[in-house]
Design a protein around this ligand. Sequence first.
Ligand code: HEC
Length: 142
Amino acid sequence: MGVTCHLDTTRFRKVILGLGGVLLMAAWLAVNSVVGAEKPSPGQASASASSRAIDFRRDVAPIFASCLSCHSGEKAQGGLRLDSEAAVLQGGVSGKLVVSGHSNDSLLMKRLLGLGDAPRMPPGSDPLPRAQIDKSRAWIDQ
Ligand code: HEC
């Protein structure tokens, strides 16, 4: 009797431990996959623009790279140079491009989205990808 009883408890304990282990593992995997999903993969590290401060040179300048053929140097179109943060903040013939903290009022967003009468930028080619437009917006609002 005493022996049987002892064996049973041991087996019982083993089952409980086993189950506990499986549950812990499952929980760990679940947490891990959630955390992993939020982590941007290297290469598109700043996909989630809102999660960290936006830096002009690192995050915004590459977006304007495709604009520089028309918006840099002495003959910049619309008097607008996009080759440095100072130049972007200075604006072009229409004045300020960026109303800090108010992306909706900013000429830059209007021109990128093609709102208003003026042509959408860049003219004659596809609009910037959504992520880049969102990042420009986040930079202005920041
Ligand atoms: C193919 C040449 C070309 C490219 C590429 C181009 N632009 Fe322009 N942009 C122009 C011309 C021409 C004007 C002046 C006429 C006008 O306002 O539409 C202009 C004007 C602007 C203005 C208005 C400036 C002002 O003060 O009135 C903004 C803002 C602007 N561009 C932003 C951009 C951005 C941002 C990009 C890149 C995503 C870009 N442009 C790419 C030709 C270009």
